[in-house]
Design a protein around this ligand. Structure first.
Ligand SMILES: [Fe+2]
Length: 259
């Protein structure tokens, strides 16, 4: 992979996504969010990669993975009108099929294709595969961290603007009830990340996002979480019960333990 090739892929990506926009701004809103998300995940990947001191070649590869990690979101939205994989299909697999249909990686070498496909396939998986080589695991972890860092950014921005621009698609159709589910709060207390299938309310979704600190891999990622104050911002959006404050404190302590 070369920098020029990556730039060509970015041009292709922009053209591909442009086909999903309609004349309806409300319909377009989630598409725009995902397109902007992709650009920022690319930036986060480069940021973390540079902090980790990886080679330029590896940064280009990682950025290619970031560019395509959510390519399936656009088709998913077009077909199912949702970003909820549980009521539609796995958007990583859908994305890989789209990439195959369009021959996106035709100029990459076989090892590059494999690495890129594996990182995309596992960017949204609950756990990483066993029996995977260290190099592939490294890229999987890098993309997962970069992705999470931006979902925090995106969701916090979205939430502050929610009164003006509210989207059931972004919120996975979850009701904005003033409660958190016991099971979700317990996950945080147990240093486990929350599973999407356990979500019952929008507050659960916010707690799920806080619980991602338990699935973060690299010190520079923890540093970014702290610098951008993601946990503090998410906490402000939650009910201020003792139980929730405690759960959030445990998550914050976890972040601090890496710094
Ligand atoms: Fe994704």
């Amino acid at each position: 992979m070369t920098r020029d090739k990556l730039n060509d892929l970015k041009t292709w990506f922009a053209g591909y996504v442009s086909n999903f926009y309609s004349d309806d701004p409300d319909y377009n809103h989630p598409i725009r969010l995902k397109q902007e998300h992709t650009i920022r995940v690319c930036q986060n990947t480069v940021l973390i990669g540079k902090e980790l001191g990886i080679s330029d070649q590896d940064i280009i590869l990682a950025e290619t993975m970031a560019l395509f990690h959510d390519i399936g979101r656009f088709k998913q939205y077009e077909i199912y009108n949702t970003f909820n994989d549980f009521i539609s299909e796995n958007h990583a697999r859908l994305g890989l099929r789209q990439m195959a249909v369009h021959g996106v990686l035709s100029e990459c070498t076989a090892p590059e294709k494999r690495l890129i496909a594996r990182a995309i396939a596992y960017h949204n998986a609950a756990t990483l595969p066993e029996n995977e080589d260290d190099n592939t695991l490294f890229f999987m972890r890098l993309v997962r961290d970069a992705d999470k860092l931006d979902i925090w950014e995106l969701f916090i921005d979205y939430y502050y603007e929610r009164k003006n621009n509210h989207s059931a698609v972004v919120e996975l159709g979850l009701p904005d009830d003033p409660i958190c589910s016991q099971r979700v709060v317990e996950s945080l207390h147990q240093h486990r990340f929350v599973r999407t299938r356990d979500l019952k309310t929008l507050n659960d979704f916010k707690l799920l996002q806080i619980s991602w600190v338990y699935d973060l891999n690299f010190v520079p990622s923890f540093q970014i979480v702290q610098n951008r104050k993601y946990i503090e911002k998410l906490e402000k959006m939650l009910p201020q019960s003792k139980q929730i404050k405690e759960a959030v404190k445990i998550a914050r302590d976890h972040v601090n333990s890496f710094l």
